[in-house]
Design a protein around this ligand. Structure first.
Ligand code: FES
Ligand code: MG
Length: 592
């Protein structure tokens, strides 16, 4: 029963409905509510609607974002789910980031999206928030912001695109974009083929259809307990995706009455489960950065999980999911094999089953409810623990004098496993422009044993830590049949890429005192994945001499002029890869 007069009765305290909380303050809380209701009624809502739990729904649709092109249909299904369960859905926008259309990088803007998300969730009179997103940086940005805002949050990913086909062979964004481009560079396929392939690589709306960053983050979100398990893999264009959306609407209304705040339901164990899944799916190395950023937003978890936690979990977690780039298949195959439900059933002995989920059930209870099914439906796509695709440590953390803050390699995506234990002379590129200028120079002194080193693509260096870590094989070596080389950088790599590639070297080259910053042509570099070592074979004295020289050089050039706007804020505040490339003032250990 709605009594509209009750809201304005000055003798009674305000009720706890979101629209009624003392948000926009005009000094007098009753008057503030009176004004908010007057304005929201301009959208056509009646008293009954406004007395319901208000479920905000973030719409990240944009003409520049084909990964989110199904958002209109998802919104309709979400709203149905909210309304059927007695809530009032109210949609609002935040900025939208697509990987390919966010310059200089989408990573540069991830923290901006996370601030947008956090502040709009906090600012508006909503009781819970469904966050629709999907492309690589959107989901982590939304969860980071949502953890900080700490109202009930329900991520809903847009879902993976379907694979395409060219000349009878299945292809998909974007592992096959890279494979085919490399084949074209090496002269294996011609210009007509590469042009025709371009039409088929991304054949539907949705996120990249392999185990790239978007799929990785979708699986991680489900493993954290924030999203229905089927929500990780149901294709963007499927009816299943719409039903997940409807269910999310229902869960949101229940999350309000059960007060399921992210800082309460997410515990250290939830994140350990997510890291186990990251390792078992052969997930993107970007998942490491994003998970560290989420962890460091959470006041009760920050500090208890570090880069080394990923390595420790990796040692006991086999790679089970046979998807590109580590394996051969696509997200639609993973979905058809039982998706996250089947994977988590398989991983049961490695999981913390008491971790909570957004439905109020524990992860164990969610899995028990699904136990009647004979998962997985395909042991080729989701392998049993006894027959993994890769025995353990899909993602490995390397340390040594070259990366005191850590470095990451996706060992399972190596194309030439001999390179996982390799010593070779460095061929150094000072930045991406230098790389573009010289990599295909026929005079470049490089052999298949060389170690390609790309500096200047760290969080601050580029800025935005571009996905340029997949240094191309020099054309003359590619033409001679070389398919993989040991490559090192302080940047990132797309989750859809493969090769023996060391990433996220910290501290990045541009930081004063960085050892990586003083690597020179011809220096011997040792990478020993088995022993977790990344070593520059140069004496400590010589390293110290080079660092002193570079500090002197930069001080004679004088300090760079501070930059204006977001760029200035970014450069002043961004932390290094092992902390999540977040802004220091947004972390749980930052300012109160
Ligand atoms: Fe959006 Fe790959 S470009 S998920
Ligand atoms: Mg990507």
């Amino acid at each position: 029963r709605v009594d509209p007069l009750e809201d304005y009765d000055l003798s009674k305290p305000l009720k706890s409905n979101g629209l009624r909380q003392g948000l926009t303050a005009y000094g007098d809380p009753h008057f503030s509510l009176f004004l908010r209701k007057a304005f929201i009624k301009a959208a056509g809502y009646g008293e009954d609607a406004l007395s319901r739990p208000v479920i905000g729904i973030i719409n990240t649709g944009s003409g520049f974002n084909p990964c989110h092109a199904n958002v209109p249909q998802l919104l309709e299904a979400v709203k149905r789910g909210v309304q059927l369960n007695g809530g009032l859905p109210i949609e609002f926008p935040t900025i939208s980031l697509h990987e390919s259309f966010a310059s200089p990088t989408s990573m540069y803007l991830r923290n901006l999206l996370s601030i947008d998300t956090e502040e709009m969730i906090k600012a508006q009179p909503l009781d819970a928030c469904i966050m629709i997103g999907g492309c690589d940086k959107t989901v982590p940005a939304q969860i980071m912001g949502g953890i900080s805002a700490n109202k009930p949050i329900l991520p809903l990913v847009t879902g993976p695109m379907m694979p395409g086909s060219y000349r009878g062979i299945r292809i998909g964004a974007c592992t096959d974009c890279r494979n085919n481009w490399a084949a074209y560079r090496a002269g294996v396929i011609d210009i007509e083929d590469i042009a025709a392939l371009n039409d088929e690589l991304a054949p539907t709306s949705g996120t990249c259809g392999v185990m790239g960053t978007a799929s990785t983050m979708a699986c991680i979100t489900a493993a954290l307990g924030l999203m229905p398990l089927r929500g990780a893999s149901a294709p963007a264009v499927s009816a299943a995706r719409l039903r997940v959306a409807e269910e999310t609407g229902k869960n949101a209304v229940a999350a309000v009455s059960n007060a399921l705040h992210p800082q309460t339901i997410l515990t250290k164990e939830s994140f350990l489960n997510a890291i186990t899944v990251l390792q078992a799916i052969g997930g993107s190395t970007n998942g490491v950065v994003h998970l560290m950023a989420m962890v460091n937003r959470h006041p009760n978890v920050a500090g208890s999980i570090t880069l080394d936690t990923f390595d420790e979990i990796g040692r006991k977690t086999p790679l089970l999911v046979d998807l590109k780039p580590s394996g051969d298949n696509y997200m639609s195959d993973f979905h058809n094999a039982g998706g996250m439900t089947a994977l988590l059933q398989t991983l049961r002995p490695l999981l913390f089953l008491s971790a909570q989920t957004i439905t109020g059930q524990s992860l164990g209870e969610v899995l028990d409810a699904a136990v009647a099914h004979d998962f997985p439906y395909s042991q080729e796509i989701i392998r049993p623990l006894s027959n993994p695709l890769y025995p353990c440590s899909s993602i490995v953390v390397l340390r040594g004098n070259l990366s005191p803050g850590g470095a990451v390699i996706k060992a399972s995506a190596s194309k030439d496993r001999r390179l996982l234990n390799h010593v070779g002379p460095a061929v150094v590129f000072s930045d991406t422009a230098d790389l573009a200028r010289r990599i295909d120079d026929s005079e470049l002194p490089v052999t298949a044993d060389s170690v390609l080193v790309l500096k200047g693509i760290g969080p601050i260096g580029h800025p935005g830590m571009p996905e340029a870590g997949l240094i191309p094989i020099p054309r003359k070596l590619g033409a001679a049949g070389v398919q993989d080389m040991l490559r090192l950088s302080d940047g990132r790599m797309s989750g859809t890429a493969g090769g023996t590639i060391v990433l996220h070297i910290s501290p990045e080259s541009i930081v004063s005192g960085s050892v990586f910053g003083v690597v020179r042509d011809g220096d011997l570099i040792k990478c020993d994945v088995e022993n977790r070592v990344l070593h520059l074979d140069v004496s400590d004295d010589e390293i110290a001499r080079r660092i002193a020289e570079s500090i002197k050089d930069s001080s004679t050039k004088g300090a760079a002029k501070p930059k204006r706007g977001y760029r200035g804020l970014y450069e002043r505040s961004v932390n290094q890869a092992e902390h999540g490339v977040d802004f220091d003032f947004l972390t749980a250990s930052g300012p109160a």
